[in-house]
Design a protein around this ligand. Structure first.
Ligand SMILES: [Cu+2]
Length: 508
């Protein structure tokens, strides 16, 4: 039997059958003990668990029996972030959870072809949390709807949950490379080459946007206690929220959308990606399945949807993705369509530092500003590449927020470039470099046996902003001004800082 994952907003009603059966399956999983590998909390702990946080949120009681040490070592704290394993690991996590829910659904007399719906917040009028997740009641009005989570605060921290569509983007889909690197250029569509990476530092393209941002804004933080994240805002609690799975099904779907361009968009072929972390002696990806079975998988087994027994109802290319062709039309209006079509991003990448700011930047309150001094020789190379007359690919420019540290994962801000002094950046959408949420920052800031506490690094492509500066004759400057505008005032106690802000050019 093959399964079709469908758009949650297009199932034919707020409580259409696949949603109702999801709720019943989640209820069955939630009834299982913490030590039960197919239980809801065990599954949340596979993504990540912080016992203190769980206890405060009412999901953990230190008196209750724990799973065996072997089960904890094999399964808990397994999620892959800041890594080229981000997409394949989460694909396996979805497949296994879906199998467990389906098993519960079938035992309750439900459909044998039940599949997880996905939430495509990019589609017109689908940016709101699907209603079945927003109500504390079942459709008959009785309480304890298992899809409802009180600790889901939304972008305004008022419990109204939606995704602000002008703050998310699909820029990552235009990246021709799955794998990026940590040189300061593109982090790739899928992420950077790492070993087993439960809390990696450099976030990949689709991980940063829309993945991290949707996590941070759907979860938000408790308005009465900003130290408490919503479940979705922190990787150590995210898997406990039933909407997590519909968000991740959409990210998984975007991987398939990206692969729709088979001439450039191909998954990695290196053995340490194909065979996963065991190729270099690291921990394997292993998940509990129904009936006491344990499933071990590798990225190579999961990369091609045609070889798995599920599909998405819609993997049509995303509209509005900024493509190379759009840049060429903007920069070189005289090029013919044939010239533009002949431009390819071929050959090895070359990455070079264009500029850095001088000191670490503290982010608190409502605004943070810094300047990035530009190296004039490198700046001239960028200008030359943007000015070139032929179909040669122009440089891509990347802004790096390096070593971002902090204690509040729900922190979210937008980054603007060269907004005139005294102006409200929000009135200059042309100057928006991108928006980020610090999903995973608390963990990445902590110094422990596995981490040095270096924080996270986010990479934003700012080619579109640089193109406009260039066309306006404003690129010939000694520095670029960067402004960070937090979505909510950042409390001092959140201790948010950015070690360095740098800008790199990438040519090929
Ligand atoms: Cu996630």
């Amino acid at each position: 039997m093959s399964f079709t994952r469908k758009n949650v907003w297009e199932l034919g009603g707020d409580w259409a059958d696949p949603i109702l059966w999801y709720a019943r399956g989640v209820k069955a999983m939630k009834a299982r003990a913490l030590s039960e590998p197919t239980g809801w909390r065990f599954y949340g702990a596979i993504h990540g668990i912080d016992q203190g946080l769980w206890q405060q949120l009412g999901y953990f009681n230190p008196e209750e029996p724990m799973p065996s040490d072997a089960d904890i070592a094999a399964y808990w704290n397994e999620c892959q972030h800041g890594s080229w394993y981000f997409l394949p690991w989460h694909r396996g996590y979805l497949i296994a959870l879906e199998a467990i829910v389906r098993d519960a659904v079938v035992k309750l007399g439900g459909p044998a072809d039940w599949a997880l719906p996905y939430w495509n917040y990019f589609k017109p009028n689908q940016f709101k949390l699907p209603p079945a997740f927003a109500s504390p009641d079942w459709p008959d009005g009785s309480g304890d709807n298992p899809l409802f989570v009180p600790q889901r605060y939304g972008p305004d921290n008022d419990g109204n949950v939606y995704v602000p569509v002008n703050e998310i983007n699909l820029n990552a889909l235009a990246d021709p490379d799955f794998t990026g690197d940590t040189s300061g250029g593109s982090p790739g569509f899928g992420g950077v080459n790492t070993g087993f990476s439960h809390s990696g530092d450099v976030h990949g393209g689709v991980e940063t946007q829309p993945h991290d941002y949707v996590h941070g804004l759907v979860g938000g933080s408790d308005p009465t206690n900003p130290n408490m994240p919503g479940l979705m805002s922190d990787p150590d609690t995210a898997g406990l929220d039933p909407i997590f799975w519909l968000h991740h099904a959409n990210i998984d779907r975007l991987w398939e959308v990206w692969r729709e361009n088979p001439t450039t968009d191909v998954d990695p072929s290196q053995t340490n990606w194909v065979n996963g972390p065991p190729a270099v002696g690291d921990r394997a990806f292993m998940l509990p399945m129904p009936g006491g079975v344990s499933w071990t998988y590798t990225p190579g087994q999961l990369s091609d949807l045609a070889k798995l027994n599920y599909a998405y109802d819609d993997v049509s290319p995303a509209a509005g993705t900024p493509q190379l062709a759009a840049r060429l039309q903007r920069l070189r209006p005289n090029l013919t369509a044939a010239d533009i079509g002949s431009t390819v991003m071929a050959g090895p990448k070359k990455v070079e530092l264009l500029g850095v700011n001088t000191q670490s930047l503290k982010v608190s309150g409502t605004d943070a500003r810094t300047s990035v001094k530009l190296d004039s020789a490198v700046r001239q190379k960028v200008s030359a590449s943007l000015t070139a007359a032929g179909p040669a690919a122009p440089d891509r420019i990347f802004l790096n927020l390096e070593n971002v540290r902090g204690l509040h994962d729900a922190t979210a801000f937008s980054v603007y470039i060269n907004v005139p002094d005294g102006d409200d950046p929000r009135s200059h959408p042309d100057h928006l470099a991108g928006s980020i949420a610090l999903f995973g920052v608390r963990k990445a800031t902590k110094v422990d046996d596995k981490h040095a506490g270096n924080g996270l690094t986010f990479v934003l492509e700012i080619s579109h902003v640089i193109d406009k500066l260039h066309l306006a004759g404003a690129l010939n400057a000694n520095e670029i001004h960067v402004r960070l505008v937090p979505r909510h005032p950042v409390p001092e106690a959140a201790k948010v800082s950015i070690g360095r802000i740098s800008i790199f050019r990438q040519s090929r």
